[in-house]
Design a protein around this ligand. Structure first.
Ligand SMILES: Cc1cc2nc3c(=O)[nH]c(=O)nc-3n(C[C@H](O)[C@H](O)[C@H](O)COP(=O)(O)OP(=O)(O)OC[C@H]3O[C@@H](n4cnc5c(N)ncnc54)[C@H](O)[C@@H]3O)c2cc1C
Length: 582
């Protein structure tokens, strides 16, 4: 009714098809890679995707919340082992990690924040021995990908691209608290910035991949317009179960399952894996490329002993539970935003609250470890127009254990907002391992967040800064904002808002953002934990590359999707360069 589903043209290839390039996974990176490689008219490109067509609701930003439905068959919900250092106030500390299993991948269910990270992130990648990934180089690819559609200040214009495949614009509709975000930041000395430039400390309105009020995924931007090319084929419901290596460790094709039948496809030139930070290491290991010890245990013959596969797993950590109520007459409740006038406004004009993912609006990039640092933040505080008890807790409360549900009871039906600090460069490291050698078993994700004490200590400082932000006079004056000044029951034995109290709050209420990265990291040959070279070639194998979030040597200081798209853009150019096409 409000939108029609995007239907991609797909093909069913005969068994033992031979093409030039096989790309595995049509998510945020894979769609870019396949779209760009097919620009070379004499290259045949086959894109294999495990999932199917994306459901229509994924196009409507506010319906992002529907992807939490555990029965959705277009999402893989991967369970973690019990996590001991965080999320202790959830009903279960075995977390569920959603990964999009459809054309568009996780980019079709994410919260749409488009943020590139800090120039220093990429200069660090280069300094670690990865030439060609410095800020100056990657900026060209960020710009190449982008069609920026909001008004630009002259000083910010050189950092944005116009006319690229991916529409990006500032959040168009704001809840009442979002409209005050910039003014509130000024009280604490934070000026408004465009965070996708080189200016990185300050308040900001978030940027989203959006066009005409609808989500734009990499698949919309890079595949949809190009599927009429004869040399680009997209085959769905095709889960790759093994990379085929010949006796000389050259990748010559893949084995995949389509309609309950095992089929093969062969690549004259290269196989490129873009299955995402969880499934890429899984597929490499199933193919005998990974830590020998682990493969031996599962009875998988090692073809290349690469100890780094599945290691170096980094994710951003976000702290919940720092909240304010607002005046009862002011509403930003998600369910009330879905009322008839908003629905009509969306249907007729593609405007209003439905054009924004739930709660999303503005944020603050700050440095709490070194407040004098002028350009590199260590924390992003996300301002969300959401209170846990909002909408009678229907959307938010169920995941918590009973004592926390009781804690929020007095706020049931009230509106409010939260300040959620995010650790931009966590030091804790996790792993992705195989459950078994059955390709249909999920991988075992163990993010192991907050295992490094420095992460907790930085969050203590960030919590205090977040309280200061929410207590800004602007919010109190205009919205009647009142902090929920009450300890969580499990931390009530500690002095309220002392460092020890915050440590307890953090262990209970911090959680992952599901930004799996680094699990097949790019590194020079001298680093034994490196999985791919700076040209994204898998070490010890010929004609095999990885291009997705798993190649990041270090996680970037922002939501990672924009960087993943950049990796796809840069990766496609590396292939073209290596084959003499540019
Ligand atoms: C709830 C949520 C909210 C998020 N919010 C944000 C946000 O606001 N901003 C942001 O920047 N990032 C966000 N992210 C993260 C971001 O969306 C992902 O990091 C990004 O999409 C990863 O891209 P990728 O290409 O590495 O993998 P994916 O996009 O996951 O693509 C992998 C694709 O490969 C397919 N595949 C996997 N295995 C196989 C196989 N064996 N054979 C064939 N196909 C296979 C999958 O079906 C999928 O289509 C969020 C993530 C989640 C889960």
């Amino acid at each position: 009714m409000f939108t029609t589903p995007t239907v991609y043209t797909t093909s069913v290839m005969p068994d033992d098809t031979i093409v030039d390039f096989i790309v595995v996974g049509s998510g945020s990176a894979g769609s870019v890679v396949a779209g760009r490689l097919s620009e070379v008219p004499d290259w045949e490109v086959l894109l294999l995707e495990a999932g199917g067509q994306p459901p229509a609701f994924t196009k409507i930003p506010i319906l992002q919340m529907a992807s939490a439905n555990p029965n959705a068959n277009f999402i893989n919900f991967y369970k973690t082992p019990p996590q001991k250092n965080y999320n202790q106030f959830l009903a279960s500390n075995e977390l569920t990690y959603p990964r999009g299993r459809m054309i568009g991948g996780t980019g079709a269910i994410n919260l749409m924040v488009h943020s590139r990270g800090n120039p220093q992130d990429y200069d660090n990648w280069a300094q670690l021995g990865n030439p060609g990934w410095d800020w100056e180089t990657v900026l060209k690819y960020f710009k190449k990908s982008e069609d920026y559609r909001s008004p630009l200040e002259p000083k910010d214009a050189p950092f944005h691209g116009i006319g690229g495949p991916l529409s990006v614009q500032k959040v168009g509709w704001m809840p009442p608290v979002g409209k005050l975000a910039i003014e509130a930041g000024k009280e604490l000395g934070l000026e408004e910035i465009d965070y996708n430039t080189e200016t990185k400390i300050g308040s900001n309105i978030l940027q989203l991949p959006l066009r005409d009020g609808q989500r734009v995924t990499s698949a919309d931007a890079y595949l949809m317009p190009n599927l009429r090319r004869q040399n680009l084929k997209l085959q769905i419901n095709s889960q790759v179960i093994k990379i085929i290596l010949n006796n000389d460790n050259v990748a010559i094709g893949v084995r995949y399952v389509h309609r309950n039948k095992v089929k093969r496809a062969f690549a004259r030139r290269e196989v490129i894996i873009s299955a995402g930070g969880a499934d890429t290491p899984k597929l490499l290991m199933l193919s005998g490329i990974g830590p020998r010890e682990q493969l031996d245990k599962l009875g998988i013959k090692t073809r290349v002993d690469l100890p780094g596969v599945g290691q170096n797993y980094k994710d951003h950590v976000l702290l919940e539970g720092i909240h304010w109520t607002i005046h009862p007459n002011i509403s930003s409740s998600v369910l009330s935003l879905l009322g008839p006038s908003a629905l009509l406004r969306y249907q007729e004009k593609r405007e209003g609250p439905m054009t924004v993912p739930p709660g999303i609006g503005a944020s603050y990039f700050i440095n709490v470890g070194n407040p004098d640092e002028p350009t590199v933040p260590d924390i992003q505080v996300l301002l969300a127009s959401q209170l846990v008890g909002q909408d009678y807790g229907i959307l938010t409360l169920g995941k918590f254990k009973q004592s926390v549900q009781d804690y929020y009871k007095p706020t049931l039906g009230r509106d409010g907002f939260s300040m959620s600090p995010v650790l931009l460069r966590p030091k804790s490291v996790g792993t992705v391992t195989l459950k078994s050698k059955n390709p249909f078993d999920p991988p075992v994700l163990d993010p192991n967040c907050l295992s490094h004490p420095d992460d907790v200590e930085l969050l203590v400082k960030a919590s205090k800064a977040s309280v200061q932000l929410g207590n800004a006079k602007t919010f109190r004056r205009s919205l009647g904002a009142e902090p929920i000044n009450k300890p969580f029951p499990d931390c009530a034995h500690l002095e309220y808002q002392s460092d020890d109290y915050w440590r307890c709050h953090i262990r209970g209420m911090a959680g992952v953002m599901a930004h799996i990265s680094g699990t097949c990291k790019m590194a020079p040959d001298s680093d034994p934990m490196g999985v791919v070279t700076p040209r994204l070639k898998v070490r010890g194998v010929k004609n095999l590359r990885v291009m997705d979030s798993s190649v990041m040597p270090q996680i970037v200081s922002a939501n990672i999707n924009a960087a993943v798209i950049m990796i796809g853009e840069r990766g496609a150019d590396l292939v073209k360069e290596d084959h003499g096409k540019i």
